[in-house]
Design a protein around this ligand. Sequence first.
Ligand code: BTN
Length: 260
Amino acid sequence: MEAEITSYIKQNLKTCYMGKSVHFIPVASSTMDEARKLAEQNVPEGTAVIAGKQESGRGRMGRAWLSPEGALATSVILRPPLDALHLLPAISSIAVHRVISQTGILASIKWPNDVLISGKKVCGILIENSFSAGNLVCSIIGIGINVNFDITRFPDIAGIATSLSIESGRPVPIGEVALNLYSEMEKLYDLKSRPDLILDEWRRHLGTLGQRVTATVGDTVLEGLATSINAKGNLVLRMDDSSFKEIIAGDVSNVRNPDT
Ligand code: BTN
């Protein structure tokens, strides 16, 4: 599996830096930790880690992330300028959206960076930033895509998740998904001085917009109409009293269909 994935990437990757150096770890606790160790050794921006499987994959909001063999678990090291940090959820989720769309499957993004197919989660993204003395040292972008696995084997997520192999009805090569992902990420990351272009593409694919949603922010649950994404990438809700609330981070779900 390792040779299949890494040699495919090495032979076919046409990026300048994204995924140019890929570290494959057959069994990792979390690619986030492996990437952090590499970042501390000052490896070049775009260096990536792929795990054959993760034993303690982590998700947003302290949740666990299931990452058996057949899933793509990758973390990429970036060192963006501070003023581009807010674009990373958009850049990474659009990149995944593009990769899935290229296979002919219709996907949508749930703010901030889940990717769904027919309302079921196929990808989750975790972004961890390190700061030192107020300066951003690095951002680790962790991307988990359910590529080739039979979700029915995992009853906890069977009703709310899907995989590319289920949706396409055929096995999907993980190396190809990783390569296309690095390639789309580089194109988008290179556009970071044009946030308008990135945010516009994000808005076009965000299934969240126009829906009545609940947003869980810490202990508070807000309900309103998801009306827009502002220039900071935050979600704007119109509340029932016609006031507007900006959601910077949190969990959002559709009121009518809470899994989406
Ligand atoms: C979420 O939806 O909660 C985010 C899930 C992020 C999972 C990926 S898999 C690769 C990287 N390593 C981890 O431990 N987490 C991220």
